[in-house]
Ligand binder design. Structure first.
Ligand SMILES: Cc1ncc(COP(=O)(O)O)c(C=O)c1O
Length: 505
């Protein structure tokens, strides 16, 4: 089996592997029952990361070309030919994967979908998704607001609204931003269908293929995916206790001319880290000197459980370098899909034009609901309530870790946000731990997803906002047991042949 990797191609390496194996199967070069090399071996031969081969095999499995059988490894399955009426009229099935644009081919990372699926499963204690607990949602207040909107004379909730957002909501957000130390008029706010769309709008508005985006590492994996999908090149800056390292950033700014710096300075996803004041000043200074916009992603800034507030980069930005992005998904709930971007008027106008091509405007009912919620002063109250509860949950997770974690596992104690960032022994094979955790019905996000080259394999992200303290305790117990057993098995040197390739289930 010969596979050629073109490292200069814009097609991701795992897709190059996928398509070459698929072609060999369809052409009969790899017949039914042919045993594919184990992922680790193929990764060694091709000099790629093991997760790259894992992703390729996962694609081929999803398309029914290969299957993993206990005791046999990964084998080629019989080729199912659709549309066979008779030998005379034989037609190959449409090769959909090959028809997708290069851009679409870069968008096939299934991690987010897996996380959302996991969060909805009753039998799993999932520390994977970053979701607020539904039991804490202010549903009675939302119900009243919704009734008022239905019965009232203002039908804006059921009509089209401007792309930039329902104007009263832009006013309310402008007021809320004032309380966060940011003075932005309603015209300087673009309402988006969630922060995820905000990231996409920014990528479409600013990035051309080949542009460079600087990101802190680790970084929110969806942002990495979105920037990658736009064809940008990502360059990572490591973090220390004070946030993104300014010395390294400066040397990168002089060497490359990046288009954008992406950062999540307050209660970072995944690490929970907070950039300190001095580093914020340095970052703003560098952005101004090198004339590079900063995209500040701030979904968690209000979710502080301890310590003093620290101003956002946007609140400290005297030169207008910062594009600020936030969302109601974490402080309220994700289902209504409302986020917002704050920038200067000309930038907002351009971003609005980009957004218009995506969905015309964010959902009107959702915008009206949030507008009323803010006008009634309910958000502050709600945030106070959830922050008290999340403090208990963070503490519950920390105490469970202290009680159950083996010696070689360490973790941080975030002052806010949704996540604990945990370091496990480097020897541990990620897929083994995922399998073991899946057996014990507990889930987490492997840390490599948050790195550009997925090279760091010994960190995991644990969410503590979703489950009550009792379940957190039990989930941590199961997870630490999974870690201990995986380590023990590795010590005994048991074979890794029959590892199921799906990452989390
Ligand atoms: C840092 C960060 N940015 C953006 C988002 C997306 O939020 P939304 O649900 O508003 O699209 C998330 C959600 O996990 C996030 O953690």
């Amino acid at each position: 089996m010969i596979i050629n990797i073109d490292r200069n191609s814009s097609s991701p390496i795992y897709l190059q592997i996928t398509s070459q194996i698929r072609e060999m199967i369809l052409s009969g070069t790899l017949p039914e029952g042919y045993k594919l090399p184990p992922e680790r071996k193929l990764a060694e031969v091709l000099e790629v990361n093991r997760s790259t081969v894992l992703n390729a095999y996962r694609e081929l499995k999803a398309d029914g070309f290969i299957g993993a059988h206990i005791g046999q490894g990964t084998v080629v399955l019989p080729v199912v030919k659709n549309n066979i009426q008779s030998n005379d009229h034989f037609q190959e099935p449409l090769q959909w994967r090959q028809l997708f644009s290069q851009n679409a081919s870069r968008m096939r990372e299934p991690l987010l979908r897996d996380l959302m699926e996991l969060a909805s499963r009753d039998d799993v204690i999932s520390f994977a998704a970053g979701i607020a607990d539904p039991n804490l949602y202010p549903l009675e207040e939302i119900d009243i607001i919704q009734q008022e909107l239905i019965r009232g004379s203002n039908k804006a909730a059921f009509l089209h609204n401007p792309t930039e957002g329902y104007y009263p909501l832009r006013e309310s957000i402008s007021q809320m931003m004032r309380a966060r130390g940011v003075f932005a008029s309603p015209e300087e706010i673009l309402v988006t269908s969630g922060a995820q769309q905000g990231l996409d709008v920014i990528a479409r508005a600013f990035l051309d293929p080949g542009d460079i985006v600087i990101v802190e590492e680790p970084a929110f994996f969806c942002a990495l995916q979105i920037f990658r999908a736009s064809g940008a090149r990502l360059i990572g800056v490591p973090m220390d206790d004070a946030g993104m390292r300014a010395d390294i950033l400066e040397s990168l700014l002089t060497r490359y001319k990046p288009k954008l710096i992406y950062t999540l300075p307050t209660f970072q996803n995944p690490s929970g880290a907070v950039m300190d004041l001095e580093r914020r000043r340095q970052l703003l200074d560098l952005a101004w000197r090198y004339q590079i916009p900063i995209l500040e992603d701030d979904p968690y800034g209000e979710l502080r459980y301890e310590g003093n507030k620290i101003p956002s980069l946007k609140a400290m930005d005297h030169h207008g370098c910062v594009l600020y992005l936030s969302t109601f998904s974490k402080i309220m709930f994700p289902g209504l899909r409302i986020g917002w971007l704050t920038a200067s008027k000309p930038v907002i106008r351009q971003l609005g034009m980009v957004k218009q091509m995506e969905d015309l405007h964010a959902g009107s009912l959702a915008q009206c609901i949030y507008d009323e919620f803010l006008r009634k002063g309910l958000l502050e109250q709600h945030i106070k309530k959830v922050n008290k509860e999340y403090l208990l949950r963070r503490n519950a997770m920390i105490s469970a870790m202290e009680r159950f974690a083996p010696d070689n596992v360490s973790w941080n104690k975030p002052l806010g946000g949704f996540y604990i960032w945990c370091t496990v022994p480097e020897t541990m094979i990620k897929s083994r731990l995922l399998m073991k955790a899946a057996e014990k019905k507990v889930a987490f996000v492997p840390g490599d997803a948050f790195y550009i080259d997925e090279q760091v394999q010994n960190q995991i992200r644990l969410n503590f906002s979703y489950h009550p303290p009792e379940l957190i305790h039990e989930g941590v117990r199961r997870l630490m047991e999974a870690i201990e057993e995986t380590l023990l098995e590795e010590k005994r040197g048991s074979s890794s042949k029959n590892i199921n390739m799906k990452p989390i289930v």
